[in-house]
Design a binder for this molecule. Structure first.
Ligand code: ATP
Ligand code: MG
Length: 418
């Protein structure tokens, strides 16, 4: 008997011509994630599934293999996955008229005893892909169910809504048995649909927005605007750093650009403009746009949410759009706050996002304008921020870039823009 992990694609089956590319990407993401966990195991895509073979000579036990399954479940593009027991065809040879199935019965009996819960019902599901297998699915299901009833405390079969299902899958090269499906997050494999740059702040919204884009197959980098020129003392403890790190557990390779907004702040110092928050949004969009070619981003992403805070009006978003040629994506625009928080819990972001963070927007303006006029903003920018190009250059020249790879901080350096 061997251990394997079966991975069922999410939407991949529907994607026509792109299918092959998506499968290749998901297979690579799985391989990369396994490698970072020191599990360099063979990963094969066959028909509508991916199979991870756990070599016999590894000292990994069933529990450790289940942990690996839990980690893989975070990768976008997976509908469900399962830790399975695998018997090659030689292990239960096709003796005529019946194959020798003792090894399989023995395993099923053990699993049935381990999984038993008083009062619960069960079902057996057999998928007979190999039509040469001499027992029909129905007969085999009955045979296994009888073995379970006779050899464990299970006493109730329910075919329509079982509490526990035992799955047997018979392919031409072997037979697999499993009894738990771990749900994946669905979506498309990261890196299969594009590259984006997310404006990351200290709240719940922008990390969840980035994650939603990752789930639609986008690789994301981050830019965060901070009040300080200095990198945080203990980088690994910094809230923004930890947030980016968590997103990278699912999305793999992620860069975080930490840039100071001091040059912008200094230019507007003591002016107390009613429009400073909107000017700041336009500034963030422009700096991020300048960074796009070097990170090969095709769009910017924000955590904007219509009406969530006073300044998140259509007009203000439009003012931000007008400040740049770049496409700005706002995946959370129509979400309820409650749904965003629930998602952040599911993604393991809740605890870090709820920590207090001095949001720079809050620092800049106490009573932000809810309406903005493009012409007024442009005039202000001409008057108070006359050398905008140098403002962007100075800001980016002070950037610190951190690189993450599947939840690990692997590099940090000052941006070299020369
Ligand atoms: P969040 O919950 O993501 O912090 P928010 O509710 O605080 O957002 P705003 O402050 O209005 O909302 O910001 C809207 C969006 O602008 C954020 O979701 C984020 O994409 C971007 N943003 C705000 N502040 C920053 C910052 N300091 N650095 C980078 N992006 C920012
Ligand atoms: Mg918000």
């Amino acid at each position: 008997m061997q251990y394997r992990i079966i991975v069922q694609f999410a939407e991949l089956a529907l994607k026509g011509k792109n299918r092959h590319r998506f499968i290749k990407k998901l297979r690579k993401n799985i391989k990369d994630k396994l490698k970072i966990m020191d599990c360099e195991w063979p990963v094969q895509a066959i028909h509508d599934r991916i199979y991870v073979q756990i070599p016999n000579d590894t000292d990994i036990d069933e529990n450790a293999a289940r942990q690996v399954v839990t980690q893989l479940a975070r990768l976008p593009g997976i509908a469900w996955l399962s830790f399975v027991y695998w018997f090659s065809e030689q292990q239960y040879r096709f003796l005529k008229p019946q194959p020798e199935l003792t090894v399989i019965h023995d395993l099923i009996k053990r699993l049935a005893r381990e999984q038993h819960q008083p009062g619960h019902s069960f079902a057996v599901r057999v998928k007979r892909r190999d039509k040469n297998f001499p027992i029909s699915s129905q007969d085999f299901e009955r045979q296994i169910a009888t073995a379970i009833l006779q050899n464990s405390d299970w006493d109730r079969v329910d075919l329509s809504k079982p509490d526990q299902t035992f799955y047997l899958d018979i392919a031409s090269d072997g037979l697999s048995v499993h009894c738990e499906k771990v749900l994946g997050v669905g979506g498309l494999p990261v890196g299969s649909t594009g590259q984006v740059l997310t404006l990351l702040s200290g709240g719940f919204d922008s990390p969840v927005a980035a994650w939603l884009m990752a789930k639609r197959g986008c690789q994301t980098d981050f830019i965060h605007f901070t009040a300080s020129h200095q990198p945080p003392g203990d980088l690994e403890q910094d809230k923004i750093v930890r947030t980016a790190k968590i997103v990278s557990e699912s999305s793999g390779y992620v860069r975080l650009y930490v840039v100071p907004y001091t040059y912008f702040d200094m230019a507007l110092l003591e002016l107390d403009l009613a429009y400073d928050l909107i000017l700041f949004r336009r500034f963030m969009a422009r700096v991020a746009t300048r960074l796009m070619p070097s990170v090969e981003a095709e769009a910017l992403v924000t955590g904007d949410n219509l009406g969530q805070v006073a300044s998140q009006t259509m007009e203000n978003m439009e003012s931000m759009n007008k400040s740049t040629e770049a496409m700005i994506l706002r995946p959370l625009l129509a979400y309820n706050k409650h749904d965003i928080i629930t998602l952040s819990e599911k993604l393991g972001l809740f605890e870090v996002c709820r920590e207090p963070h001095k949001d720079c927007c809050a620092l800049i303006s106490k009573n932000p304008r809810t309406r903005s006029r493009h012409q007024i903003l442009e005039n202000m920018e001409k008057e108070y921020l006359s050398d905008y190009q140098s403002l962007i250059d100075d800001t980016l020249n002070d950037a610190l870039v951190l690189t993450f790879y599947f939840g690990r901080l692997v590099d940090q350096q000052r941006v070299d823009r020369n």
